[in-house]
Design a protein around this ligand. Structure first.
Ligand code: OAD
Length: 253
């Protein structure tokens, strides 16, 4: 695999890099994306029945069971070479901010620290009434059957139903994480946008802010349509193949 020399120089010399990831970075770990035509979660399930506060109020067992099955699938999965390359990149640059839309913990398990989770996490549920965090018992390392209904646990403080710690449609993103992500995007000189369709706002503003502030924006995506404007680069392919090769080419020691 060969890369443009100018791009390699920019990566090597970057003062502050931002990596912005979406579901595609976890695809090679066996976690489904949302919008890929056949395999994407939102082509098989209706988000309005699973990913809104109204859906949880109407059918908590359905919603809790679906997220619990996704959490168990993540627990049975491992970080792939794409996650590992991103953790490695943090050691090579003076500053790196990792912003993810993903709700799994594969970046952390690959060794990344201080990951900004803009859309919450499967691993940190909270009470739907008083917002107290709820500690889940370690799940058995077996995959839950998709679609199995499961009663949500009850909050130990107030008895309310515990809900997934996910940002649902119609809900606000965590303010501190979003502000830090926007500030990093405005400050960085290079942003890698990895495995995202870039259609969900306000998260999708992160690469736009970087571009607007003069940073080089590089998309890593097998879909050629992922390229935004003319000032952007596209490295077409799977993150687990492109990222390790890119690091190897830029930082060959
Ligand atoms: P999408 O499913 O919208 O997009 C996934 C992207 O990953 C697509 O552009 C694919 O082409 C690309 N892709 C697939 N396999 C890849 C691979 N091996 N390497 C690199 N890229 C690959 O997922 P997101 O952009 O993450 O929100 O979706 C954004 C948000 O929409 C999610 O965070 C979720 C969803 O509704 C919440 O859960 C709140």
């Amino acid at each position: 695999m060969t890369f443009d020399q100018d791009l390699l120089t920019q990566l090597r010399d970057a003062r502050h890099g931002v990596v912005f990831t979406g579901a595609g970075v976890s695809a090679e770990s066996g976690i489904a994306t949302f919008r890929d035509a056949l395999s994407g979660l939102w082509s098989r399930f209706d988000p309005m029945q699973l990913a809104t506060p109204e859906a949880f109020a109407a059918d908590p067992e359905l919603v809790w069971g679906w997220y619990e099955s996704r959490r168990r699938q993540v627990l049975c999965s491992s970080p792939n070479p794409g996650h590992i390359a991103i953790a490695e990149l943090a050691k090579r640059l003076p500053q790196l901010t990792l912003v993810t839309q993903n709700v799994d913990d594969l970046h952390e398990r690959a060794g990344s620290r201080d990951v900004l989770h803009l859309h919450g996490s499967l691993h940190y549920p909270r009470c739907s009434r008083c917002a107290a965090p709820f500690e889940l018992a370690p799940a058995p390392r077996v995959e839950a059957t998709e679609g199995r209904r499961l009663a949500p646990p009850r909050c130990l403080q107030c008895g309310g139903a515990v809900r997934p710690g996910i940002v649902w449609f119609g809900e606000s993103l965590p303010v501190a994480a979003l502000e830090t992500a926007f500030a990093a995007a405005a400050d960085c000189d290079l942003l890698l946008s990895v495995g995202t369709s870039g259609v969900v706002y306000p998260a999708a503003q992160v690469p736009e802010i970087a571009l607007h502030n003069g940073a080089t924006v590089v998309h890593v995506n097998p879909d050629p349509q992922a390229l935004g404007g003319t000032d952007e680069w596209l490295l077409a392919g799977a993150a687990g193949e492109i990222l390790p090769a890119l690091l190897q080419a830029a930082f060959q020691d």
